[in-house]
Ligand binder design. Structure first.
Ligand SMILES: [Zn+2]
Length: 73
């Protein structure tokens, strides 16, 4: 069985045709960080490289205005 064909496209931002990730959308961002505030890896989240980077930037912005906690490590 080929795993790559099974989950070829699971980036939910691509599916929703999102062109920019809103850093104020804490509800969405929270599903991309662990409880300790660490961003989950791309392999786990299923995001494409483009959107993963957008989420990463959005999380950093959200942290700077205290919407999200900083990573614990
Ligand atoms: Zn994507």
């Amino acid at each position: 069985m080929d795993n790559r064909t099974l989950r070829s496209k699971s980036c939910r931002f691509c599916e929703a045709k999102v062109s920019a990730v809103d850093y104020k959308d804490v509800k969405t961002l929270r599903s991309y960080v662990t409880e300790r505030g660490k961003m989950i890896s791309r392999r786990v989240s299923g995001s494409c490289a483009r959107h993963h980077r957008m989420v990463d930037t959005a999380i950093q912005r959200a942290r700077n205005i205290a919407l999200l906690p900083f990573a614990d490590d």
